[in-house]
Design a protein around this ligand. Structure first.
Ligand SMILES: NC(=O)c1ccc[n+]([C@@H]2O[C@H](COP(=O)([O-])OP(=O)(O)OC[C@H]3O[C@@H](n4cnc5c(N)ncnc54)[C@H](O)[C@@H]3O)[C@@H](O)[C@H]2O)c1
Length: 276
């Protein structure tokens, strides 16, 4: 399918920022927003990778740049968004995608540092970006924010409490901000992805395989079997949902959480007793 045939939404002239977009789901979202006409900024810690990916998309005729951003740096986040408005004149779309997985561990063995590491990026980083972009969009009286949550935020999985809590927090933040910015015509929604085989997922999966003593292929198949639509997700599945929520076609939708998971509501396995 050519890029043009894939065009569904009209985002021409809009400026979008996608955080944590040098790879994985974020990069898929960048491609989809750009194909639909937006100028998109890949905002990531991995600046070299962001610039390489931006270059690849530019070669396809798309308008994409890579800029360094650490979402955990409160001041840095404010400076970043002010710079975006100085250079691109406006900020129409923000996708808060940066998030990290947790080392698989029961709550009773969870270290303070691991709890803080996951919450800092996945929840507090999303808050910093929502706050900085919210100020700009409030002033513009237009804009759309999509926060990437997870099915774990709605239906917690065992052994990843910090991640579940962070994503539940992202959902609450989304709904609160949607109420606060509605009077300014700024919409705020969330997308809750199901399993997509990215670097993030590979790391968590390998730890789960180890604890269950099964191979990665067995684990992939086990998860596939729990997904009602019978397959793992692709970055483009998530990107399509995000692009819809950012588009004018979704102009009467705010404060919603869109599950894009092949029908999977959550992973509910209960771990056995640990060996003492
Ligand atoms: N892959 C899945 O199955 C899945 C399922 C549900 C939700 N999610 C969520 O989707 C989002 C993207 O996940 P992914 O699978 O593409 O992960 P990924 O690990 O492949 O990519 C995450 C990106 O975030 C960047 N990043 C990390 N810390 C950052 C920081 N402090 N500042 C800026 N950028 C930072 C990384 O450099 C990386 O490019 C995450 O929020 C994740 O929780 C993923």
């Amino acid at each position: 399918m050519s890029d043009r045939e894939n065009t569904t939404y009209y985002l021409d002239g809009l400026t979008a920022v996608v955080t944590g977009a040098a790879q994985g789901l974020g990069l898929g979202i960048v491609g989809q927003l750009a194909i639909n006409g937006a100028t998109v900024i890949i905002a990531d810690l991995q600046i070299e990778k962001a610039e390489i990916e931006a270059g690849r998309l530019q070669e396809r005729g798309l308008s994409v740049d890579g800029i360094y951003l650490d979402v955990t740096d409160s001041k840095g986040v404010t400076t970043f968004f002010n710079r975006v408005v100085d250079n691109y004149k406006r900020l129409d779309i923000l996708v808060n995608n940066a998030g990290i997985g947790q080392n698989v561990n029961p709550i009773v063995e969870l270290e303070d540092s691991e709890w803080a590491r996951v919450l800092d990026v996945t929840l507090t980083g999303t808050f910093y970006c929502c706050r900085a972009a919210g100020r700009i969009m409030e002033h513009q009286e237009s804009g759309s924010i999509v926060n990437i949550a997870s099915i774990n935020g709605q239906s917690p999985a065992a052994l990843v409490a910090a991640y579940n809590v962070a994503k539940a927090g992202v959902i609450s933040l989304t709904k609160t901000l949607a109420l606060e910015l509605a009077a300014y015509s700024v919409r705020v929604n969330a997308v809750s992805p199901g399993p997509v085989y990215t670097e993030f997922n590979k790391t968590v999966m390998s730890q789960r395989c180890e604890s269950l003593n099964i191979s990665e292929d067995q684990m992939i198949e086990r998860i596939r079997n729990t997904i009602p639509l019978g397959r793992w997700g692709e970055p483009t599945d998530i990107a399509q949902g995000v692009t819809f929520l950012c588009s004018p076609q979704a102009s009467w939708i705010t404060g919603e959480v869109l599950r894009v998971s092949g029908g999977l509501e959550g992973v509910s396995a209960t771990p056995p007793k640990r060996k003492s």
